[in-house]
Each structure stands twice: as structure tokens, then as C-alpha cells.
Design a protein around this ligand. Sequence first.
Ligand code: FAD
Length: 316
Amino acid sequence: MKVTDRIGQSSSTLLSFEVLPPLKGRSVQSIYEVLDPLMAFKPAFVNVTYHRSEYMYKKRSEGIFEKVYTRKRPGTVGICAAIQFKYKVDAVAHLICGGFTREDTEDALVDLWFLGIENVLLLRGDAARNERHFVAEPGGHPFALDLVKQVVNMNRGQYLEEEHQGGKTDFNIGVAGYPEKHFESPNLKADLKVLKDKVDAGAHYIVTQMFFDNQKFFAFEKSCREAGITVPIIPGLKPITVASQVNMIPRVFHVDIPEALSDAVEKAKNPAEVEKIGAAWCIEQSRELKAAGVPCLHYYTMGKAEVMQNILGEVF
Ligand code: FAD
């Protein structure tokens, strides 16, 4: 079922998870080990992230470096299909612009459609590790907006080549929103304009970047509504599980950690206490958002099934 249909049919706050495909060479079992215990909470859908391919330099004999193409976490489409087959829960496949030509994207969408995966979250992706800025693949999309337009075209039966017009897909489209603005955006207003463009182009709902201060989410939601964005906005939450995340999260995701949370983590006596503090913070955030009537709570699980179980047991 489509994400927005599930939301439309539910009178209470739904629940969803994000999982990462396993590292190349590891078993799909690692995904099941996270999801098996979480299925008791009846998630409305499970998102599977997409990881771009990259070039690495590997040292060969005689000090020679070789440029090697690698994708560390392949398997997004396959894992979505496996999740739908095993758990009978809808999967949301993330698709990114980075590393994809338009043709690659079209082929991935055809695979998803044939597999009965009708939900996609469309993203630009970040710069490759060896690039300073995001660079689109030659023949690929520079922005998520362009990816939205391609999927909307396929939903109308318009494929890239004229001889392939016809078969309409019916993808439900999610896009990313940033309560604390995307780090490349000059300001919140400009970022909101980009978000509105994605919705006006055909996105059906928004999932937010993680945040640790609910007031930032409420302010963002208000700004979206004032800007005329009417689609569901799903808040994304992540519990702090290790002390180093207090510095890593702002660096990587460009979001603030409130003083009360970073102070508490700093004073924690051991890793178990950090995990407890992070979970308690996430529970408080979840309860407040649920009370405010958000359509769904989306959790970035990061493979932490036990922590998630403790949190969800308190919230749902
Ligand atoms: P866009 O909407 O394209 O925006 C990117 C930047 O470009 C913004 O600063 C925007 O303001 C600016 N911009 C957009 N359009 C224009 C324009 N026409 N002119 C000028 N500027 C413009 N990354 C992955 O690699 N894989 C994943 O699976 C993944 N999942 C994610 C899930 C969620 C819920 C979120 C919030 C993020 C996820 N990301 C993922 C990270 C995401 O790819 C990055 O945050 C990326 O930097 C931006 O993606 P976007 O879709 O928001 O890009």
C-alpha cells in the first residue's frame, strides 16, 4: 500500500523504520536480525537507504595506486523485495541522483515496479567521498527535484525514449525536508522554496532529517504550511547511542544537539548510561510529537534493534 494511503486511513500516529543494506559480502540476515524483533510493533513501512558507488585508491605493489570502483552497500532493491516478501510490510526504496544516469534510474524504477514496490523516497545524495561538492553523473540529475520529475513522468507513462511510452507506474513519492535547513542552502526560506518545488512537481509526502529539538520541527512544519505545502510531514528521529555521536551528528548531518542532551551525555559514567540517556531523550521527543498528532514517527534504527525496542515499548 502507498505510504500516503496508510496515513490517510489511520487515525493514530504510524511507525516506520529506516535500515541500511548490509556491507557488500555480508548476509541479508543482518537486516532480519534488526527487523525481526521490531515487527512486533507493526511498522507501516520500512525504508531502505541507497548508497552511491565511489572510486577509491587502492595501494598495489611497488607503491602504485589503482583507482577502483566500489559500492559498499549494494542491494537496496533486493532488500526492499525481501522485506515485502518476508514480513508482508511495505518497503520504501530510497533512490538517489548521485552515481546514476537517467537511464540507470529508469531501469531501477522498472525493477521496483515489477517487484511490487510502489513507494520511493527520492533524494539527491551527498558528494562522493573524494569530491568537495555534489557532482551529478554525466546524464544524471543534479537535484532531487529532477528525479521527482522523472518518476512523475513514468507515472504518466512517459519514459526516456519515445518508443517506450505507455506503461504507467504509480509510485508514491517521498522527499527529504530539513527542519534545520539543508547545509548547502543559504537560508531556511530558500530551502523551503526547494521543498515546495519538489512537492509542486508531484511529491506526495516529506520525511525530515533527524532533529533533537522538537521546537525546530514544529517551527518547520508551520513554515511549510504557511508556504502552502499541504502534504504529510513525517518527522525523522534517531536516538543517541554512543557518546561520540554528540560531535559526529552535527558534523555529518548538520543538526544541533541541544545543550541539555550533550551535557547529560558528557556526564555519563559509562556507555550503558549514554544509551539510556539517548533513549530517554528519544522517548520524550516521540511522545510529544505523537501528542501533537504527527502522521508517522520515522526512526533511523542504525542496526540498534534493542535500543529501538526499548523506545517503542514506551511510545507505542
Ligand atoms: P535536494 O532537494 O536536491 O537539495 C540539495 C541542495 O540543493 C539543497 O541545499 C537545496 O536547497 C539545493 N537545491 C535544490 N534544488 C536547487 C536548484 N534548482 N537550484 C539551486 N539549489 C538547489 N542520502 C543517500 O545517499 N542515500 C539515502 O538513502 C539517503 N536517505 C535520506 C533520507 C532522508 C529522510 C534524508 C533527510 C536524507 C537522506 N539522504 C540520503 C541524504 C541526502 O541525500 C542529502 O541530505 C543530500 O545532501 C540532499 O538531498 P536532497 O534530496 O534533500 O537534495
